[in-house]
Ligand binder design. Sequence first.
Ligand SMILES: Cc1ncc(COP(=O)(O)O)c(C=O)c1O
Length: 492
Amino acid sequence: MVFLTAVARNSRYIHSKTLENFSKAFVPCEPAQPLMCKPDSPASKEMLCELNKVQYAGAVQFFTDLDKSMGNYIVDADGNTILDCYTQIASMPLGYNYPSLFNVFKDESKMKILLNRVALGVYPPVNWHNYINNVLMSVAPKGLKNVQTQMCGTCANEQAFKNIFIWHANQSRSGSKGFTEEELKTSMLNKPPGCPQVAILSFEGGFHGRTTGSLSATRTKPIHKLDFPLLSHWPAAKFPQYKYPLDEHKCENLAEDKKCLAQVEDIIEKQRKNGCPVAGVIIEPIQSEGGDNEASPEFFKELQKICKKNKIAFLIDEVQTGCGATGKMWCHEWFDLPLPPDIVCFSKKMQFGGYYHTEEMRPDQPYRVFNTWMGDPARLFILEEVINVIQTERLLDSVEVVGCYTKCGLSELCKEFPNIINSARGRGLLLAVNAKDTKTRDTILSKLKSKGVLVGGCGSLSVRLRPALIFQKNHADIFLDKFRETLCEMRC
Ligand SMILES: Cc1ncc(COP(=O)(O)O)c(C=O)c1O
């Protein structure tokens, strides 16, 4: 009840009556609550032991029983029923076993595309353009009329960088046709001018993937980067670090925006002088792996302006924030940018990777942005149904309302337990709080897990929520109750 009152006070959209409408059971037979029947997880441990004999499996937490997992609940190999607020690292839009997804491959032509995997860039199935138009383009960010499909978030970013470099090189070729002899020769030596010194600017705390380019732009944890020969001439700027609550720290946060933007301009200038110009800027609308760090719409608008002024491509990485997680299809819609970004990358909830881009960013020759599969066509059919459900069930509204409710609940907990947690933040259901230190954060994660609630950690202090879009008020109540229980135990 405390939370309901807080929501009513804080949101212009919601009053408690409306909230009661957001307790729909989308998946029949979804469990009513978590149940940890075998917290020691002997079956998962045994499977892990076997898997580890043939594959390093150090990150495996438990094995998932996909027969029993339903809706917002994941059931492990031991029958533990866990409220999943992390959903396979933020990648399940409709939770587990959403009923209408079972119909997707009943259509024989779709089944054939699943069984006969084609090389999409060379031999796409008949009428593939219709699927791209009807599915992917139906949710394209405003102003972006082209799309490139890829396998995952990492290769979406990696290939998008190549797109940017082609665009950048063509700008300076200005009018001359084709490559020079020297460019052709030096490209085979990985040397300029064929392979020029150009850079992508990223932000401290950003995560963009794990191949050479995307990992060079990634700035989260040393363990992701150690021992790899990465691109040392690619710069990083500071991402704003805000004080919370936001409305009590407007001046400091504005000053923080200005400081970070000044640094971006400074870096661009230095890189130009040093003969390694910045061709593109990559940024997450909310830094996820790096600690759920937000930046203001004004920050993004100014950053875009700087990019335009310097003829630098502006790439928004929506791999984790896209597909409705924040209550809009794309998180950057919250920023009200005057122009579309040049590129928007996606993956995770979208089911496969890829990027939308402007007409200007189209590559100029075949095989320059390419690989064998160019994504998994069967995943597009799942996405087709996911989009259908998002629209018919008005899930974006649900995410916004339930997200607002949950965030208010988190803010109340921050007020009640200020010595343990702080800084409730986020948009829609992409929410987080900080713990006072890393050890406390890790204790929160493991205590919640032992109570049957799965959440994620990010950055060094944050507890993050990444539930499915079908996360409802009743799920939020369970999460908030278990979180409160955890914090009470930690206070004692
Ligand atoms: C913002 C962002 N970009 C890129 C990636 C990489 O995506 P993938 O793991 O699908 O390669 C991630 C993964 O967490 C991400 O959060």
